[in-house]
Every structure is written in structure tokens, then in C-alpha cells.
Design a protein around this ligand. Sequence first.
Ligand code: NAD
Ligand code: MG
Length: 396
Amino acid sequence: MMTGKTAPRRLSIFGSTGSIGQNTLNVVDHLGGRENFEISVLTGNSNVELLARQAKASGALMAVTANDRHYESLKSALSGSGIAVAAGKSGLMEAADREADWVMAAIVGTAGLAPTLAAARRGADIALANKECLVSAGDLFLATIREGGGRLLPVDSEHNAIFQVLEENQRHAVERVILTASGGPFRTASRHEMAGVTVETARAHPNWSMGLKISIDSASMFNKALEMIEARHLFGLKPEQIEVIFHPQSIIHSMVGYTDGSVLAQLGAPDMRTAIGYALSFPRRPNLPIERLDFAKLARLDFEAPDEVRFPALRLARLAMTRGGVQGAVLNGAKEVALEAFIEGRLSFLAMAEITERVMDDLAGLPPAADMDDVFAADRQARQRASELMTLAVTG
Ligand code: NAD
Ligand code: MG
């Protein structure tokens, strides 16, 4: 029997101009576009032209640039369209306050934390690509989601994979999760070879097409480090229950090991639209034009133990998890400053982990966070200490 048309679901996409954001709009189009969804807000940063184009094409109600300086150009690009415009940090908070049933959190870095928290507080379902939210705010972020009443839907491919194969009624029997890592462009490189690498070689990921920062984090294994901490919070695991394995083909996106020795894995082509679609359609599976795996062509899947000496970021993740408290926020804040410096040519590739470790040691005595202000304070202190250490290194 035909029933009346249901109201379209309202979606907001924070970071719509990025790699995840563009893929999200693509998935929305494949799943019926305006027929099934109403776009509440899109946010971007400096790519105003793309943001305006996306807003018009999707019929968004509001477009926000995170950068105040781009307010006028966004306004003129959207003049006469009826699309509301805002800018800056306050604009992002306005975006978070707009009604939405489902929010894609795909701003890169700590900048995504405040708007994502605000949307969670309002009770929207949060599709989480911005792993920094969980790394920095951990249990406080989870508590905000719980209090808001929305669902947390992991989009990071590894965590989405685990989410897909984690049997809700078998949680007690989960022994471990195994995060796969492609190994990035330097999987087989020596420390000596890594010492002199440039942004151009570091950003060239073998399997995934992603934003600049996460591509470099994938080369240094800081991305996997953040994902270990993300997994710990998302799935309530002890640090020793989280394993990392190099798997250069990026076909197995992650696995869950159970107490009976069974291991369940999720496989697929390396295409973020699978994870995005799963989060958008959950609990149903959508129909998407993702490349299908041809096992005869694949022929083999390889695995290698990761080397924590060549990739110290993995060791730092374990250190942050065992120390607990605000060490996740400190690791992430220090890493972001070091990453920025590497991108700008002020710091070498290997020095990113050295700076991060020193900041983590220097701030190991910070007390656990009682509220979000403590998290933001730890992040600020980590950034400041990382900057100081880099200045010392340059002048000293
Ligand atoms: P990206 O660099 O391609 O896009 C980042 C988005 O954030 C853009 O829309 C940009 O305008 C916006 N942005 C940048 N700086 C900002 C600021 N200061 N304030 C507000 N907005 C700002 O990044 P991406 O690859 O799409 O990744 C986005 C997030 O998703 C990251 O947290 C990343 O770790 C995570 N993630 C990405 C992938 C992937 O395949 N790209 C996979 C897993 C997780
Ligand atoms: Mg990932």
C-alpha cells in the first residue's frame, strides 16, 4: 500500500568542500538527492567557489565559511539564491545550531571539535569522520552524544568496518580489534630515507585519495595512532585489545577477533563512499556504485607486522592510552602544530614524532579533564609547547 510521502531527512555536512565532504554529497546524490534529503547547512573554509556551487546544486538552506575573510565573497557568490550565509567560528556554531537529523563531521583537525559537540548536544546523529573529536575529548564527547540522544556512526573506514562486524549481542566476547593500515608511501622505507622526505612524496598515498593533512598523517602513521585512540573510545576497549597490522592492498578495512578464535572482517574497494553510505542509511545497506571486488584479480592479500621504531607514532598512541587523562588531546594538539610546520617546510618529517613525544612528556602531569574547557586548555598548552620546542630547535 502506498503511504504518504515522508519528510526528507535533514542533513548538514561540516567540511563539505573536503574529500569526505565531496564524497558525502556524491552519496547523497546516489541515494536520491533532494527527493530524500534536505540539506540544512554546508560548511567550508577557503574554497568559497566550490562551497557556493555545492550549496546551489544541493539546495542547501545555509552555507558557512570558517574563514571570516571570505564572508563577502561567499555572500556575493550566493546573492539572490536565498541561501543564508555566515562566517568564522561563530558562523560554524550557527551551523551547528541549525536543525539537522544527521550531521557529517568532516572538518579536518581540532577545528571540528566545537561545532561537532554542539550538533551532538542538539541530538543529531553524528557521522564521525573527524577522529580528532574522540582523540581529544574521548569520553566527554561520548557523554555529550549520549545526553543529546543521537547516534554516533563511525565513518573512518577502519572504525566503520569494525562497526559493521561488531555483533551487538556478542560484545562480551570481543577479544581484540585489528586495525589494518596500508603502510602508506614509506612502508618499506628506512629511517634514513624518511629523514629527508618532502610534502610531495609524503602526500602520495598508494591506495586512498584523501585530504592533504590525513595523507601526511598516513605516511607518518600518526593517522593510525589517532585511529587506535579513536577505537579505544568508540568500542570501549583496553589498549592491549587494539592491534595494528600492515595490509598494503587496503581491501580488508579492519577486523574483530572473538573469544572462540573467530575473526570477522569487512572487505571492499578502498572507497570512502561505502562507509559514508553505511552511516547515512544505517541500519539498512544502501545501493551504491562502488567497484566490486574481483577476488580472482586480487589474487592475494598481504600482512606485515608494523615497525614501531620506524613508525614511533604507533608507540606514542599506546603511551597516550596508558597514561590516559588529556594525553590524547596533547598528542593531537602537538602533532597538528608539527604537521603544519612540516607542510610549511619548517620541520623535518621525522621531527614530527620527536616534537610530539617531548610535548607529551612535558605535559604528562596535567590532570584529567573534568569538562570540555579542560580539553581545550590541554590542546592549547600542547600547541604552545610544540611551538616553543620548534623555536628552540631553530635558534638553539
Ligand atoms: P580535507 O582537507 O579534504 O577537508 C577538510 C574540510 O575541513 C574542508 O571542507 C575544509 O574547508 C574544512 N576546514 C579546513 N580547515 C578548517 C578550519 N580551520 N575550520 C573549519 N573548517 C575547516 O580533509 P578530509 O580528507 O576530507 O578529512 C576530513 C576529516 O575526516 C579529517 O578529520 C580526517 O582525519 C577524516 N577522515 C578522512 C578520510 C578520507 O578518506 N579523506 C578518511 C577517514 C577519516
Ligand atoms: Mg582511517
